[in-house]
Ligand binder design. Structure first.
Ligand SMILES: [Zn+2]
Length: 285
């Protein structure tokens, strides 16, 4: 996968990557992707045999995709690579780059595609050195351009699009609480909704804190109804073309979460033709 990450960088560079906004055409990006992929093929380094899943998780912030991606990654023995974690790790490491990054994040701006690509490339390189044979990406690709770059350099087997009814998602986001002392994450929302169109009831129990945290709970400043709704709108604007991109390639699996983890997990495994039997015997994709 070192070849892949080198190719991603080469591709980003060849596309004249200059962050969000200054887009070169999709055609140029695709051409750059093709060149980069050809370079990978010439090197002949990508083992097709014995590789494991290369999956992508899509889903609105708060839908819980990190939880499901993480569980699947353990089951399938591939790393769960969340771009949010990559950004947090980069912020925590000393140096001028983290200062620059902190400025972007603290001003509430989106981290540019270029920075995300670089962080992901570095992560894939490190993984390849450790012998990783696949991945589950979470939070990437976020934009259509990222999807094009990714397609140019490596095969994505399956894209799982996690969805949750909007009222449930909103309630879940507004119910988030953090303990100001120990940093624990909880959720006070108790969701119990009538089924849509005669469907089954949706029930998601709260995740309540232990007694010692109860009096110390705080709400994140950006978890107000207005901000959460805006976050959803921004997410949908960006992700719709990405979903369309993978749907057109027959790689998009739409999955409507029927409720909390106990109900959703077995149904998700079923949709993926996986069995949670403790061995990794794998997938339908
Ligand atoms: Zn606590």
């Amino acid at each position: 996968m070192a070849a892949i990450s080198r190719a991603i960088r080469a591709c980003a560079a060849a596309a004249g990557w200059s962050g969000r906004g200054m887009a070169s055409s999709a055609k140029e990006v695709a051409a750059a992707g093709a060149r980069a992929a050809a370079a990978v093929a010439r090197r002949g380094r990508d083992p097709e045999d014995g590789r494991r899943v290369q999956w992508v998780f899509l889903g609105c912030p708060g839908v819980g995709k990190g939880t499901y991606a993480s569980r699947l990654s353990q089951m399938l023995r591939v790393p769960h690579i969340a771009t949010g974690d990559l950004v947090r790790d980069a912020l925590a490491s000393p140096g001028p780059f983290s200062k620059q990054l902190a400025e972007i994040v603290n001003n509430g701006k989106l981290v540019s595609d270029e920075i995300i690509i670089n962080l992901l490339s570095k992560r894939l390189e490190e993984g390849a050195e450790k012998g990783e044979l696949g991945f589950i990406l979470d939070g990437f690709p976020r934009t259509i351009r990222q999807a094009e770059i990714l397609e140019g350099v490596t095969e994505i087997d399956l894209v799982i699009n996690l969805k949750l009814r909007e009222e449930a998602l909103l309630a879940k986001c507004l119910g988030r609480r953090m303990c100001s002392q120990c940093g624990g994450n909880f959720n006070v929302a108790s969701i119990d909704m009538e089924g849509e169109n005669g469907g089954p009831r949706m029930y998601m129990p709260p995740l309540l804190p232990p007694p010692q945290c109860e009096s110390k709970l705080i709400t994140r400043a950006d978890d107000t109804e207005e901000v959460v709704k805006e976050r959803m709108r921004v997410y949908h604007d960006l992700s719709e073309p990405v979903e369309k991109f993978y749907r057109a390639r027959g790689k998009l699996l739409e999955f409507n979460l029927p409720g909390g983890i106990p109900e959703s997990w077995p149904k998700l495994l079923q949709a993926l033709n996986l069995e949670d039997s403790g061995n990794e015997r794998s997938a339908a994709a």
